[in-house]
Design a protein around this ligand. Structure first.
Ligand code: GLN
Length: 518
């Protein structure tokens, strides 16, 4: 058991070190995400369509790369070194964005970045994506390792940690978005980088509280020279940089199918979309092989249910992540953002989502055990179906608001606040529940991979979100009336996607439950 002296408020001190590291990492990530679409489109540097696609591509890569970062840390690097390396890439990436933002505007509003500044931007986004890949899965794993097996505090430890994610997201949406939009893009991005750097310093200073649980599995193996006198550790870092160069190119590569382009609706497809489809098919193939690898009937049933849930989650995130795309665009272009006498910026509206998570997490932590006691706790698929339904309803709220604007064709911010709270009801019954479902339903030897698959499907969700977002693209200088008509129509379609998918999953629920019986 850990030394009693290294505890604080009933939890290992290491939890707070991880909490703060992940809080500042998410601060940087979500601050940048709140600004990215606005930054790309406000100077007509990017069309709406290209902006939504890059947002989806970049965020998709940032959720897919943790699969690799987790694997490398497990096998060789250990979690602590992976976090430090990832954190350094993140700081560099944010500072690169700061340079780009400054090159774009100098003083807000003047001019567009030249081609080389745009390349710095793509490279910076790649640094951030690879940095998240090394940092995010591993900081979460450290949290799990701070508690002995069967320690009842583990769940509340993760609840506190998830809170850190959303406190970071909340603060940065308010601060980074404000600074970026009002003072200058570059200053907003730079602030994200500086706070990430402070978070990293805090992690390095606090590392002794990790009780040596985040060290490499085999330090000698890591130090041994393998190639040209370089150690495995040095090669992994070099590989990370090489990967950044690859991602830098992948981010900006589109594929034109030429005469076959009608197969993809006449669109150019991003390389990331193509890679996602190949990875997805590969994962299903691996999964089907696993089902026929001599596991019991009951295990098979649970795994099938888990795979259905993971698949559904991609659709959920595909809708949910519209918040950083068309929702921000609508807030920017057609919303009266003044409440309590303060005029919020468009990027700042993304803070509402994180605030709703912070407000509702304790409620759900309270609710589940109580429903359970009365035998009313819904099954996993039923919870996911509710997730889709709430998500659909949130789009319904916003579609209605866009169809019924107030004076000057402006929608009241209160509609968006309502929509966010309904949307986050969906998040609460799906996202933390999904993490629990992975650990509860998977056969033990595949938990790590299934957890990776969970985040991989978040990545697919981001990529789907980018493509769905293009439905809401409007030309530059469109009138508010035109924009609102587009948003209302698209949000209505998204409402139906959520509601119909939710209804289908409700119908399939008895079947899925029967699969897992026995
Ligand atoms: N909001 C959570 C985070 O940033 C989970 C997001 C997801 O799984 N797509 O960590």
């Amino acid at each position: 058991a850990p030394a009693a002296a290294d505890q604080f408020l009933g939890h290992p001190k290491g939890l707070y070190v991880c909490f703060l590291t992940e809080m500042w990492e998410r601060f940087a990530f979500y601050g940048m995400k709140a600004l990215l679409l606005l930054y790309l489109t406000k100077h007509h540097l990017f069309s709406d369509t290209d902006g939504y696609l890059l947002l989806g591509t970049y965020a998709g890569l940032a959720y897919a790369l943790p699969l690799l970062g987790g694997l490398l840390a497990d096998r060789y690097l250990g979690m602590r070194k992976a976090v430090v390396f990832g954190g350094m890439l993140l700081v560099l990436g944010q500072l690169g964005m700061a340079y780009t933002g400054h090159a774009a505007t100098g003083v807000q509003g003047a001019g567009v970045p030249d081609a080389s500044a745009v390349q710095v931007m793509y490279f910076s986004l790649a640094l951030i994506g690879v940095g998240v890949g090394f940092l995010k899965p591993n900081i979460s794993t450290i949290v799990g390792r701070l508690y002995p097996d069967n320690d009842p505090r583990r769940d509340s430890g993760f609840t506190i940690f998830y809170m850190g994610i959303n406190v970071g997201a909340f603060m940065s949406s308010l601060i980074v978005a404000y600074v970026g939009e009002k003072i200058g893009w570059g200053y907003g991005f730079a602030l994200a980088g500086v706070m990430m750097a402070l978070g990293l310093v805090q992690f390095v200073v606090g590392r002794r509280h990790l009780q040596g649980r985040a060290e490499p599995a085999d330090p000698a193996l890591l130090r041994a020279p393998v190639f040209a006198g370089l150690s495995r550790e040095a090669l992994i870092y070099a590989g990370g940089l090489l990967l950044t160069v690859v991602v830098w190119q992948v981010l900006q590569t589109r594929i034109n199918f030429g005469p076959l382009s009608s197969l993809v609706g006449g669109h150019e497809v991003t390389l990331t979309e193509l890679v996602a489809v190949v990875l997805g098919l590969g994962l299903y193939a691996w999964f089907i092989r696993l089902l026929f690898s001599g596991i019991s009937r009951a295990e098979k049933g649970r795994m099938v249910m888990l795979m259905v849930l993971i698949t559904v989650s991609a659709l959920f995130w595909g809708l949910y992540e519209q918040t950083y795309g068309p929702w921000v665009a609508m807030a920017d272009r057609a919303m009266d953002r003044t409440t309590f006498g303060i005029e919020w910026t468009a990027g700042q509206t993304t803070a509402i989502g994180a605030l709703a998570v912070i407000a509702m997490s304790p409620l759900f932590a309270w609710l589940w055990p109580r429903l359970d006691k009365r035998g009313l706790n819904p099954s996993y698929p039923a919870k996911f179906a509710w997730g889709l339904v709430f998500c659909g309803l949130a789009f319904g709220v916003l579609a209605f608001a866009a169809a019924n604007p107030g004076p000057d064709m402006l929608v009241s911010l209160w509609w968006m606040i309502l929509a966010y709270f309904v949307l986050v009801l969906g998040e609460m019954v799906l996202s933390p529940v999904g993490l629990a479902a992975v650990t509860a339903l998977s056969i033990p030897r595949a938990v790590g991979l299934m957890m990776g698959a969970w985040f991989l499907f978040s990545a697919f969700g981001e990529i789907i979100a980018g493509r769905l977002g293009t439905w809401a693209a409007i030309p530059p200088y469109a009138t508010r009336e035109y924009a609102l008509a587009v948003y209302s129509g698209v949000f209505t379609q998204m409402m139906w996607i959520g509601l119909v998918a939710g209804a289908l999953l409700f119908l399939a629920t008895p079947l899925l439950k029967r699969l897992t019986r026995g």
